[in-house]
Write a protein that binds this ligand. Structure first.
Ligand code: FEO
Length: 399
């Protein structure tokens, strides 16, 4: 496996082929925890890995240099998928100082006993010389934790971008130009990653992108997945779109159903929305998952969420989805709620209340059916679907 980013700069992380659940995010293609070693007159390890894989990281470092020779361990982010290995790594690198910003030092102290660790606290824009090369530290608050930071090697134009531009994707290749159909393989995972991890922080991402535009970059080395060196313009352009939740001409319909009444309504809505130039996605929540549906929320334009009324409220899976989406804060979307009820209403009304909370544009009043939908109600569903598609067209009209 080629692990060399530049002469003297190597990937030393761990490929996690097995992980399928990353704190609820379904990682069906696995992941990697990327760490990097910069060897100059001084030697710096950039980030570590999840705690169980610290030994592999140390083996990878040992293959390149004696552990005693490592001078610095840069911690760009305190989340345990990157810092979990720190206690073992700090112990194994007797001459290394942990380099991080002040917020990160505090966060690490809340995770581990750091009382014996040597720290060097760095400020935004500060540079640390390694000899011919240096490390420059760029704070990137809330992308996606308060202490998040990039490390940049100006002499080599390498940006260690931490979670930003990452993907949960296990491969035997470390670089985008080594993968066949690279963009088809990597971009969907980068999109899913952004939607599920970074989406709430679009404004902060825009600031980071503006700042990144002021530095020369030949390599973007994230903390997960494949390293970008060929498709940097494409991933940066994608992040510009992600940061504003730019909608595609896409209608997304998600429903749960008890006895198929809400399902019938969902199909009628989808039929109505199926204009030739509008993509329609119809999901039964029981045959889908929150990770995928959050990704649809990033670039879908209009949405219909359906639930039967259960105990005067919505079905629990729809509730879980909307709770998740509310936290992820997709912006600039339009939607309505629909569903069947028996002797009391409440399901679609509860959905609509959350959609309003999420500041989605409400396209029409809740669309209800008492028990099984009549032909008349299905016609209304079809027309509501047409409205979703027309709105999606309007929202994505180019000037
Ligand atoms: Fe990959 Fe926010 O940790």
């Amino acid at each position: 496996m080629n692990t060399s980013l530049k002469e003297g700069i190597d990937w030393v992380g761990y490929v996690d082929w097995i992980v399928r659940d990353f704190h609820g995010y379904m990682t069906d293609k696995g992941s990697t925890y990327n760490a990097y070693l910069v060897r100059d007159e001084k030697i710096a390890l950039i980030d570590t890995v999840k705690a169980p894989y610290a030994k592999t990281l140390l083996d990878n470092v040992r293959a390149l240099t004696a552990l005693e020779k490592v001078d610095y361990i840069v911690c760009n982010h305190a989340e345990p998928d990157h810092s979990g290995g720190l206690p073992e790594v700090v112990k194994a690198l007797p001459n290394a100082t942990v380099v991080c910003n002040e917020k990160c030092q505090v966060a690490l102290g809340r995770h581990f006993d750091t009382s014996t660790w040597k720290f060097q606290v760095v400020k935004d824009g500060e540079q640390l010389s390694l000899g011919k090369r240096s490390l420059m530290f760029l704070d990137t608050p809330m992308v996606h934790w308060p202490e998040s930071m990039f490390t940049y090697v100006p002499e080599e134009k390498v940006l260690f971008s931490m979670d930003a531009f990452g993907q949960h994707l296990a491969t035997s290749r470390r670089f985008d130009d080594e993968l066949e159909d690279a963009l088809e393989v990597i971009m969907p995972e980068a999109t899913t990653y952004y939607a599920n991890i970074v989406m709430p922080y679009g404004k902060q991402v825009q600031k980071v992108l503006d700042r990144a535009a002021t530095i020369a970059i030949e390599v973007i080395a994230p903390s997960h997945g494949v390293i970008w060196r060929k498709h940097i313009p494409e991933i940066v352009a994608a992040y510009r779109d992600f940061a504003v939740c730019r909608s595609k001409r896409k209608v997304v319909i998600v429903f749960d159903s008890m006895w198929k009444s809400t399902e019938l309504m969902a199909h009628a809505i989808a039929d109505g929305a199926s204009l030739t130039d509008v993509e329609v996605k119809l999901y039964s929540i029981r045959a889908s998952n929150l990770t995928l549906l959050a990704t649809e929320a990033l670039d879908g334009a209009t949405f219909a969420f359906g639930t039967p009324t259960l105990n005067q409220g919505m079905m629990p899976e729809i509730s879980a989805l909307l709770t998740y989406l509310k936290g992820l804060r997709p912006t600039g979307k339009a939607a309505f709620a629909f569903g069947s009820y028996g002797w009391a209403k409440g399901g679609s009304e509860a959905v609509e209340a959350i959609l309003k909370d999420m500041k989605m544009e409400i396209l029409r009043p809740v669309l209800n059916s008492q028990y099984v939908p009549t032909e008349e109600i299905l016609k209304e569903c079809f027309e509501a679907g047409q409205m979703l598609a027309q709105k999606a067209q309007e929202m994505t009209k180019t000037a």
